[in-house]
Design a binder for this molecule. Structure first.
Ligand code: CA2
Length: 148
């Protein structure tokens, strides 16, 4: 069975409570339920983490090495600032898909640059909560390709 770790970055625990016009009305639990529902349908095992702390996110990436075949990550604001998260992804060498609910390229210029994107398989941006499910399918396909 393909095993995938999903990591949500800072402030995503506030989903559904603030800024629904940008990030939608679903809360994080509802998004996680959708991820797990898709995982069941696709025969994937998925573990999900959220942290507001850069170091804890780095620890989750390291821990993925012990268990997962791939990572799906929304580093949130750390996308635009974190060399530590980029280095962790590079170090574990697990196929990683970067996701963003909003289309970061239609937003403020500081959101156009990602430290993470050069070290991931690909990005899914702009599809709201569905960015996560699309990202999960992309991660699954990448692992299947690797195994062929
Ligand atoms: O579009 C995305 O998924 C982002 O990763 C979300 C980040 C933002 O910094 C990135 O540029 C794009 C922000 C997540 C904050 O989530 C909130 C949710 C509800 C209320 C306030 C913030």
């Amino acid at each position: 069975m393909i095993k995938i770790v999903v990591i949500h970055g800072p402030n995503l625990n506030l989903l559904g409570l603030r800024e629904p016009e940008v990030y939608g009305a679903l809360n994080l639990q509802q998004i996680n339920d959708r991820i797990q529902e898709l995982a069941r349908r696709e025969g994937l095992e998925v573990r999900i983490h959220q942290s507001n702390s850069e170091g804890v996110i780095v620890d989750h990436i390291h821990a993925a090495l012990e268990w997962a075949d791939a990572i799906v990550i929304n580093p949130a604001a750390y996308t635009h600032t974190s060399v530590a998260i980029r280095d962790a992804i590079t170090a574990v060498r697990l196929p990683t898909v970067e996701v963003h609910m909003s289309n970061v390229h239609r937003r403020e210029p500081f959101r156009h640059h990602s430290y993470v994107s050069p070290v991931v398989v690909g990005q899914v941006v702009g599809f709201g909560p569905e960015s996560y499910t699309l990202g999960l399918l992309a991660a699954k396909r990448t692992v299947e390709e690797q195994r062929r």
